[in-house]
Write a protein that binds this ligand. Structure first.
Ligand code: NAD
Ligand code: DAU
Length: 355
C-alpha cells in the first residue's frame, strides 16, 4: 500500500541505507527525510538519490514541535520511521545532555505530533504507523550465556542506552494511553556502508587502511551480535508493513563475535586487498589494547525468534559476506571517508544553510 513516510535521521548511517532501500523497493511511497545534520548526519550519504521525485529532504530538529506539526499537515504523513538519535555510547559517557534532549525529548515531541495529526483527526489505526527504531542495549549486559528476548526486563547501563530505554517506554505509553499505532524494533550492532568512523568497524577499517594503531578496549573479549545494515533495513520494512500494533520485535544477526575476532578478520581482509604493511608486517600487528570504556557492557546476544516466526524475517547475509561487501565499499569510497575525517562533508552543506 502506498505511504507517505517521515524518516527521521535519514542522513545518518542506518537512515541513509533505509531511504535507499525504500527508493529501490517501494517506489510508490513518498519519503520525507527530516534530519538536523548533526556531526553524524551527512548529505553526501544520499546525494546521488536526492533528486528522486518521491524524495524530499527537510533540515530540522525533532525537538521542534511547530516544524513537526507543519510537516505532518503539509505532507499528510501516515507513517513514521524514527531513526534520529544520538547513537554513540562513548559520546554519551563524555556528554550525555544531547542524548537526553534528542533521544527522549525529541521522541516525545514526535509522538505528540503524530498523536495530534492522526488521533485528533480521527484517523483509524489501520491508516498510520509509528515505528521507533531502538537498540538491544536497553536490555543491559549478558554473561557468557543467554539471549535477549522481547520479555527481558529493561536494564540500561549507559546514558545512551538509558535514553533509548526511556524513549521506548514513552512510545509504548502512547500506545496504551492514547492508542497511537506504534511498533518498536530493538536491534543489535549494525555494520555496512556510510557508518561514521567513530564506531568499531569503520574506525578500524580506516586506521588499518592507513597503517595506524587499532585501539581495542579492555581485553577485546566484549561480544556483540553483528548484523549487516541492509538486513536491518529489510526487517524494519517488514515490521512497518506486517508488525502487530503495540509490539516490540528483536532484530539480530545470529552472529556473536568478540571485538578481537572482528578486528582480526578486518586486518586479514585488508591485508588481502591492500597487501601487507610497508614494514612487511600483517595488520594484526597494529592491534593495541587500550583503557576500557566506562561501564562497558560485556555481551549482547539477540533471540530473533519472534520476528522469524511472526513475520518470516531472517538475515540474508553471513558475517563474512557482509564484511566483504563492507570492506570493498569503504575501499571504493575513500573520498567519502576522507571528507568525513577532514570535516569537508559539513562544509559542503554549510553554505546552503548559512552555518
Ligand atoms: P547515526 O548517528 O549514524 O545517525 C543519526 C542521525 O540522526 C544523523 O543523521 C543525525 O543528524 C540525526 N539527528 C540527530 N539528532 C537529531 C535531531 N535532534 N533532530 C533530527 N535529526 C537528528 O545513527 P545510526 O547508527 O544510523 O542509528 C540510527 C538509529 O538506530 C538510532 O536511533 C539508534 O539508536 C538505532 N540503532 C542503531 C544501531 C547501530 O548499530 N548503529 C543498532 C540498533 C539501533
Ligand atoms: O547494540 C546496538 C548498538 O550498537 C547501537 O544501539 C549503538 O547505536 C551502536 O553505536 C552500537 O553500540 P556499541 O557501543 O556496541 O558500538 P561501538 O561500535 O561503539 O563499539 C562496538 C564494540 O567495540 C564495543 O564493545 C566497544 C568496542 N570498541 C569500540 C571502539 C569505537 C573498541 O574496542 N574500540 C573502539 O575504538
Amino acid at each position: 500500500m502506498a505511504k507517505t513516510v517521515l524518516v527521521t535521521g535519514g542522513c545518518g548511517f542506518i537512515g541513509a541505507n533505509f531511504v535507499r532501500l525504500l527508493l529501490e523497493t517501494r517506489q510508490d511511497w513518498q519519503i520525507v527525510n527530516l534530519d538536523k545534520l548533526t556531526y553524524a548526519g551527512n548529505l553526501l550519504n544520499l546525494e546521488d538519490v536526492s533528486k528522486n521525485l518521491t524524495y524530499r529532504f527537510v533540515r530540522g530538529d525533532i525537538c521542534d514541535q511547530a516544524l513537526l506539526d507543519d510537516l505532518f499537515q503539509e505532507e499528510q504523513i501516515d507513517t513514521v520511521v524514527h531513526f534520529a538519535a544520538e547513537s554513540h555510547v562513548d559520546r554519551s559517557i563524555t556528554g550525555p545532555a544531547e542524548f537526553i534532549r534528542t533521544n527522549i525529548t525529541g521522541t516525545f515531541t514526535l509522538l505528540e505530533a503524530a498523536k495530534k495529526s492522526w488521533l485528533d483527526n480521527g484517523l483509524h489505526s489501520d491508516q498510520c504507523r509509528f515505528l521507533h527504531v531502538s537498540t538491544d542495549e536497553v536490555y543491559g549486559s549478558l554473561g557468557e550465556t543467554g539471549y535477549f528476548t522481547e520479555h527481558t526486563p529493561y536494564d540500561p547501563r549507559s546514558p545512551y542506552s538509558a535514553s533509548k530505554a526511556s524513549s521506548d517506554h514513552l512510545v509504548r505509553a502512547y500506545f496504551h494511553t492514547y492508542g497511537l499505532p506504534i511498533l518498536i524494533t530493538n536491534c543489535s550492532n549494525n555494520y555496512g556502508p556510510y557508518q561514521f568512523p567513530e564506531k568499531l568497524i569503520p574506525l578500524m577499517l580506516n586506521n588499518g587502511r592507513q597503517g595506524k594503531d587499532l585501539p581495542v578496549y579492555g581485553d577485546g573479549g566484549n561480544v556483540r551480535d553483528w548484523l549487516y545494515v541492509q538486513d536491518h533495513c529489510e526487517a524494519i520494512v517488514r515490521v512497518v508493513e506486517q508488525g502487530r500494533l503495540g509490539e516490540s520485535y528483536n532484530i539480530g544477526g545470529h552472529n556473536e563475535k568478540n571485538n578481537l575476532q572482528v578486528v582480526e578478520l578486518l586486518c586479514d581482509m585488508l591485508d588481502e586487498q591492500l597487501g601487507l604493511l610497508p614494514s612487511g608486517k600483517e595488520r594484526r600487528s597494529l592491534i593495541t589494547f587500550v583503557k576500557d570504556r566506562l561501564g562497558h557492557d560485556r555481551r549482547y546476544a539477540i533471540d530473533a525468534e519472534k520476528i522469524d516466526q511472526e513475520l518470516g524475517w531472517t538475515p540474508k547475509y553471513t558475517f563474512e559476506q557482509g564484511m566483504k561487501k563492507t570492506v570493498t565499499w569503504y575501499l571504493d569510497n575513500q573520498a567519502w571517508m576522507e571528507s568525513v575525517i577532514d570535516g569537508s562533508y559539513q562544509k559542503y552543506y554549510a553554505k546552503m544553510y548559512g552555518d
